[in-house]
Structure formats: C-alpha cells, structure tokens
Ligand binder design. Structure first.
Ligand code: NAP
Ligand code: MG
Length: 398
C-alpha cells in the first residue's frame, strides 16, 4: 500500500513520562505504516526545557503560528519536587501556559463517547463540550507575600502619566495578595471562538461567570459576550436553531448536573481548568477527553486533556507494562492530521484521520480496552489490555 503524502508538516511537540513513552508507540504502530509523516519536532521534555532555558517552548509556539497546526504530548509543569527529581536549574513556568499566552485563544475539550461507557451522571445523553478561555486571569497573575502590616493598592499609570488607584486590603498582619488581568480583545476572540464552534456543531452555547460579586471583572466578560452575540451572532444562532444562554457560575454547575448535556459550556480560564476535569471524569475517564486550542489567528494545537500519568510511569520504569489509555493521545494526532488535511486540501489524509478514530472506537466497542475503561464498561470487557496490546488492537482495526 502506498503511504499517504502530507503537504505541510505538523508541529510535533514531545513531552514527558508515560505519555512520552506512548507517543513513540503510537507513531510507530499507527502512523508510520500509513503516512509519510512530516513533522517539525520540538522536544519539550522537562530536561530539554531546562537546558534551553525554556526557549524551546517559545520556539514550538512560534512554529505553530507559522505552520498552522500542532500536536502536543503532555508535559510536566515543574514544582519544587520535580526540580529535585530532575535536578533542574530553575522552576520553569507551565509550558501550556507559555504556549497559550503566545497563541491566545480558546481550548475546547470534548469527551470521546463510546456506547459501553455510561456517564456517571445518568441524565446526560450527549457530550458536554468545555470551551476554556486560554488567556490571563490567575494563569498570568502577579502574586506577593505580605509579611507585615501595610496597605496594598492597585496603581494604574497611563502612558500619559496620569494615575488612579484602589485599595486592595489594609493588612494588619501576614497575608497574600494577587493581581490579575484580562484583555477586551482576548475576551472578544474567546466569545467569537465559542459562537463559531456552537454554530458549526449546532449545539447551544452556555456562558457563566460570577458577575454579581465581581461586577467589573466578570461583568466585563458578561457584557462582551452579550455584545458579540447581539452584534455578530444573533441571526446566525437563529438560523442554526441554537440559543445563547447566560447564567451565574454556581447556577450553571447545578444545571449541568441535572441536565441532558449536548451543549458547549464556555468557561473562564480557571473555571474551565476545574470543570473540564469534572466533565471528563463524569463522562468516563480523563483519558477519554480531547483538547484543542483554537487561536484567533486561525492556528490550532491538539493534545490530550490529561497529564503525563506520573504514577503509571514510575511503575513502567520498574518494568511493568501499564494499562495506560492512549485514546486521547491518538485523538490528538487524528485531530491534528484532520485539520492539516482540511487546510492543505488532502482528502486522503482526512480520510485516514477518520479511520484512525473509528479504529480506536471499534477496539473499545469490541470489548478490548485499558484498565481505566474496564472499570466503567457495561457489558464488562472481553479483555483488559496493557497500552501496547491495546495499540496493537487499534492497529489491527485500522
Ligand atoms: P494525570 O497525568 O492527568 O493523571 C492523573 C490520574 O488520572 C492518573 O494517576 C490516572 O489514574 C488517571 N489517568 C490520567 N490519564 C490517564 C490515562 N491516559 N490512562 C489511564 N489513566 C489515566 O495527572 P497527574 O498525574 O496529576 O500529573 C502528572 C503530570 O502531568 C504533572 O507533572 C502535571 O504537571 C502534568 N500535567 C500536564 C498536562 C498537559 O501537559 N496538558 C495536563 C495536566 C497535568 P490512576 O492512577 O487511578 O490510574
Ligand atoms: Mg487541569
């Protein structure tokens, strides 16, 4: 069989631990035999990020800007324990935060649904897609420790030199303080990305903040969504037969758990971080959650929503063939290949991406699956496989 040719390379971003191990197996068993794979490779493994002073992370984001589509493995966000473990020079920032700050945009997370896995919320009939704003707020905040009594104020100096300030707190003792921001332009592109996604998928759009408490900050998010809806999308939503619904974040959480699903839930950055793990776990497994960053400049980055599966990696290093689920990692590749095909107009590649996803679903529907899904499967699985055997099962479906 002749291999499928790619026109433009994908930006391939390698990562850490168990997902790095599986990354190579996926390429070897599911991609190389079928595609003349063209990628521009960036090694974002923690050691390489440290030795390049994180320049490699910035370069990978710039490559996505240039080439249009990236696929990323999970990466360790360093903390002091990791600094010791990997003997690092410095505590590097989260690579995802760095990449998202450069590309801006919105992260859409959608569970991969299979009929054998029933969501733990039994009213859910269709997937809930999380649209997570990927810029600013607590992810780009300035923080300070307050070690003795004193006033903390927010001071805004305009470029013309005029100033205004507000009191944050009058500290009587030790404490902590944080200053965060967002940008109208980024919130607008977040809103546009969510409306475009909702219209394309023909599913309603929900948005929620805490504007009753945060009248200026969250209030601005609410107002911008409303303005973008009224000026740009009201007619298109009507045509698509979908509605835009705004409510308070606590009300939204209650409605999500009582509802039927089948909508996109636009979340501010932190809400999206938390709620996407809730949705993923309730829909089945974190290993079945896909993730794509849609940038307003029209570029895309695909990844799995889960992390590097650290505990499995330690068992792997001791010699165990772990039953880590590669489904979301494979869907990161299929998503990226499919978008590449769309941009390059290469239907063979688009077709391959579809078949790859079908092969994963087919293997699971046949009752061959990894341990995380076996616990949830009804009827129970025929076979619980380790990652390598599961990828072989996908390859034989393919
Ligand atoms: P994690 O890698 O998401 O794993 C948490 C737990 O979820 C695992 O212990 C496992 O549960 C289950 N799980 C996740 N993915 C799975 C899969 N594919 N197959 C089977 N089970 C899966 O989170 P973590 O262990 O807390 O974080 C590890 C590292 O990942 C951290 O250094 C963090 O910084 C990084 N991280 C990176 C990203 C990213 O790059 N996008 C995202 C999140 C976290 P059981 O142990 O019960 O089997
Ligand atoms: Mg998270």
């Amino acid at each position: 069989m002749a291999k499928i040719i790619m026109k433009t390379p994908l930006v391939e971003i390698d990562g850490d631990e168990m997902t790095r191990v599986l990354w190579d197996v996926i390429k070897e068993k599911l991609l190389f035999p079928f595609i003349e794979l063209k990628t521009e490779y960036y090694d974002l493994g923690l050691v390489n990020r440290d030795s390049t002073n994180d320049e490699i992370t910035v370069k990978s984001a710039e490559a996505i800007k240039r080439l249009g589509v990236g696929v990323k493995c999970a990466t360790i966000t360093a903390n002091s324990a990791r600094q010791k473990e990997y003997n690092l020079k410095t505590l590097l920032p989260s690579p995802n935060a760095t990449i998202r700050a450069i590309l801006d945009g919105t992260v859409f997370r959608k569970p991969i649904q299979v009929s054998r896995i029933k969501p733990s919320v039994n009213t859910w009939k269709a997937p809930i897609v999380i649209g997570r704003h990927a810029y600013g707020d607590v992810y780009k905040a300035a923080e300070m420790e307050i070690d003795s009594p004193g006033k903390v104020e927010l001071l805004y100096t305009k470029t013309d030199g005029t100033q205004s300030k507000v009191l944050v707190a009058d500290f009587k003792g030790r404490g902590i303080v944080q200053g965060m921001h967002n940008l109208d332009e980024s919130i607008k592109s977040f809103a546009r990305a969510c409306f475009l996604y909702a219209i394309a998928e023909k599913i309603p759009l929900w948005f929620a903040t805490k504007d009753t408490i945060s009248k200026i900050y969250d209030g601005r998010f609410k107002d911008i969504f409303n303005e973008i809806y009224e000026t740009e999308f009201m007619e298109k939503c009507k045509e698509a037969g979908i509605e835009y619904f705004y409510t308070l974040i606590d009300d939204a959480v209650a409605r999500v758990v009582k509802g039927e699903g089948g909508f996109i839930w636009a979340c501010k950055n932190y809400d999206g971080d938390v709620q996407s793990d809730m949705i993923a776990s309730a829909a089945g497994s974190l290993a079945m959650m896909t993730s794509v960053l849609v940038s307003p400049s029209g570029v895309f980055e695909y990844e799995a929503a889960h992390g590097t599966v650290q505990q499995h990696y330690y068992r792997f290093k001791k010699g165990e063939k772990t039953s880590t689920n590669p489904a979301a990692l494979i869907f990161a590749w299929s998503g990226a290949l499919s978008k590449r095909a769309e941009l390059d107009n290469t239907p063979e590649l688009a077709d391959f991406a579809k078949r790859l996803e079908k092969a994963v679903l087919g293997a699971i529907e046949d009752g061959t699956m990894t341990g995380d899904l076996a616990r949830l499967s009804y009827p129970p699985p025929e076979k619980i496989l380790n990652s390598w055997d599961f990828i072989d099962a996908v390859a034989s479906h393919l």
